[in-house]
Design a protein around this ligand. Structure first.
Ligand code: UDP
Ligand code: MG
Length: 328
């Protein structure tokens, strides 16, 4: 039986050697054959050369290199597509997910579970902001979505081949992998682990990327924001009808002071304008996603594959030599 380990990497030159060393050490202790699939997500540092070197020395290592940065979730998807294991694990390149936990994952998988996911019981070396926003996010999305996405779970997990195939049959572009795996069902087990600080380097998730990721999660797994827009509309209309009733009754019974207060009119106009724009933005968010899907572009473009059995070697790029006769 074969175990595949997918490692998405973007500019991880500082940790990759250590990551590879620890992964291989752990994997050699498990009595399964294994392959490690590194997905180079458009790195601009020495990651590509490093992977090339690691691959040249170990046939169990395979490398998929993207033509540019396509994002963490897409890199994971590409790794899964290129895997051939009976079980496939996904692990970050920065050693925040300890490779030792893979032992527990495999044990649970052998027990018969189809998905084994890591739950972060503690997170070391993260900013308080990140801890707080992550905690809030997982609880928020749980409230919003019908899909039960386990709390404090990332992409560190092991999946049976059946689950991987099912996951890959989901064609959507906005891939919130942890949510998609929950949506799939199957028998799932949790393994608690302590999330370590990054072994070296810095996080590749800027605030903007994190916000985008969170929005992907929310908009791909819930249409509640659309409903919210409808309910806000109803509430605003109800308030307006109430206002009309007050004004009409005021006119009939001659309530003083009603014509005053242009500021309340302005406030009402501004408020309604704001609500309308927000609702349009929410609708726009979904329309934009439909637009993205309708283009049917491939999820990612591969520049190079290394270590796979069927592979087309790239010819070195050079001009054909001039023959001596054609020359001088
Ligand atoms: N990563 C990636 N593409 C990206 C951003 C990140 O493949 O566009 C990889 C990165 O190399 C790492 C993993 O995704 O292996 C998690 O990223 P990171 O550790 O920077 O995120 P954090 O743990 O800080 O949330
Ligand atoms: Mg990390």
């Amino acid at each position: 039986m074969l175990l595949s380990v997918v490692v998405p990497c973007m500019n991880e030159e500082e940790v990759l050697r250590e990551t590879n060393r620890r992964l291989i050490f752990i994997l050699e202790g498990i009595s399964l054959s294994f392959e490690i699939i590194y997905v180079d997500d458009g790195s601009t540092d020495a990651t590509a050369e490093l992977l090339r070197d690691l691959q040249a020395h170990d046939p169990r290592i395979r490398v998929v290199r993207f033509s540019r940065n396509f994002g963490h979730q897409i890199a994971i998807t590409a790794g899964l597509e290129h895997s051939s294991g009976d079980a496939v694990a996904v692990i970050d390149a920065d050693l925040q997910d300890p490779p030792e936990v893979l032992l527990d994952f495999v044990a649970k998988w052998l027990d018969g579970y189809d998905v084994v996911y890591g739950v972060r019981t503690e997170r070391d070396g993260e900013t308080r902001f990140k801890l707080w926003t992550a905690k809030l996010f997982y609880r928020f999305i749980r409230k919003l979505s019908n899909t039960r996405i386990p709390l404090d779970t990332g992409d560190f997990r092991l999946m049976d081949r059946r689950v991987v195939d099912a996951l890959l049959s989901m064609p959507e572009r906005d891939r919130f992998v942890r949510g998609m795996v929950s949506w799939l069902g199957f028998s799932q087990a949790a393994v608690g682990y302590r999330r370590a600080p990054r072994a070296a380097g810095v996080t590749k998730f800027s605030l903007l990327k994190m916000v985008r990721f969170a929005l992907d999660g929310i908009f791909s797994f819930s249409i509640l924001p659309l409903r919210l827009a409808t309910w806000t509309g109803f509430t605003a209309s109800a308030l307006a009808i109430l206002g009309i009733a007050v004004v009409v009754l005021g006119r009939i019974f001659g309530m003083p002071g009603l014509v005053k207060g242009w500021s309340s009119t302005v406030i009402a106009v501004l408020f309604l304008g704001g609500v309308q724009l927000i609702c349009m933005g929410i609708i726009g968010e979904y329309v934009g996603r439909i637009y993205g899907e309708s283009k049917r572009r491939p999820l990612y473009i591969v520049d190079e594959r290394m270590g796979f059995k069927v592979q087309k070697q790239r010819e070195p790029r050079s001009l054909p030599r001039k023959s001596a006769a054609a020359g001088d």
